[in-house]
Design a protein around this ligand. Sequence first.
Ligand SMILES: NC(=O)C1=CN([C@@H]2O[C@H](COP(=O)(O)OP(=O)(O)OC[C@H]3O[C@@H](n4cnc5c(N)ncnc54)[C@H](O)[C@@H]3O)[C@@H](O)[C@H]2O)C=CC1
Ligand SMILES: O=C(CO)COP(=O)(O)O
Length: 352
Amino acid sequence: MALRNSSKPKRIGVVGVGSFGTAIANMLAEKNEVMVYARKEEVVEEINTAHRTSGREIHPAIRATFSPEALCKSCNVLFFMIPSSAFLEVVRNFGPFLYPYHLIIHGTKGLALNLGPNDSLETVQKLKRNQILTMSEVLLQETVAVRVGCLAGPNISKELSLGHPAATVIASRYNEVILEGQRLLRSEKFQVYGNSDIIGVELSGVLKNIIAIAAGALAGLGLGENAKGLLISRGLVEMVHLSKALGGSVQAVVGLAGIGDLVTTCNSVDSRNFTVGFRLAKGESLDQILGSMDEVAEGVNTIRVMDAFIKTAGIRAPITENLHRVLFEDLAIEDALQFLMKYPFSVDVDFV
Ligand SMILES: NC(=O)C1=CN([C@@H]2O[C@H](COP(=O)(O)OP(=O)(O)OC[C@H]3O[C@@H](n4cnc5c(N)ncnc54)[C@H](O)[C@@H]3O)[C@@H](O)[C@H]2O)C=CC1
Ligand SMILES: O=C(CO)COP(=O)(O)O
């Protein structure tokens, strides 16, 4: 089994040049040779000649390829920066070219399903834990890669691209993944923390999107900062319970990837999840909103997945359950809010 590829110095690979992939590739390019993968030939051409794509500047030193094989041969470290809806397909395309010496860090804040070939969320309706995969679980299940990590934290890509100060968490069971992520990304403007609870950190990034949709809805209804404080604190409690039920630690949720990202996303008009909630509250339908967005709002699918899990696990997650009704069962946002205000939350903090 090849554990290390010791040939000449390698580039750092980035898979996906959307909003977040571009921001991370540009940050990596400040101190590393970087190669990005895009599936479309014209996007590769545009990056290599004009150093831009979709209106975003690409660091002139970055090279692009549309070949998974070329990327895997050129790079020992790969950052997967694609939406969860495409993650399995992309990982399967890369699988034949990945070896155990590859170190992979993903930045995806969504979930995948592990169902039979003829099953879907509609047909199964209830989900057990082993039918839900975080992206690190997809990587470990689908490839021979071992040293896998995730990157999560309050990292709105637009702000990263402007060079505003920020921080993230690299989580992995392998300390060398954390150290390598820190070495590659840390700068005067970007702090990188480590955490060994990769599942807890991934789930923190995934679950805060649900609360961000709710925060956008509160803002859209013009309900003020007291209501937002209430939502963020109850949302944190709900994130802890859901994360624990899925195998994450409390410690991960109360860290940068949990509460840090929760506060950022619940306050940012640049958050796609916040925007979905805001526009819903302004009267648009979910289909209208998703049909007009070019970028992914992971929280919408996460609410579907978590609602199906909640039903099976027998836990209560009133914010998620009510948002599910709003998004998929035509409950009015105002009625969901009424329900939540009458919900008998009695203990302030019940997880420490
Ligand atoms: N944009 C942000 O501020 C942040 C995003 N994230 C997470 O990063 C992930 C990606 O988000 P964004 O970059 O914002 O999304 P995006 O929608 O801007 O870009 C997604 C990229 O994936 C590519 N892609 C989609 N399907 C593909 C396929 N089948 N094969 C190859 N490439 C494919 C697209 O071409 C595009 O380059 C999401 O899970 C998101 O939650 C995390 C932190 C911040
Ligand atoms: O996760 C993010 C910032 O940390 C980005 O949030 P959105 O996906 O809602 O834009």
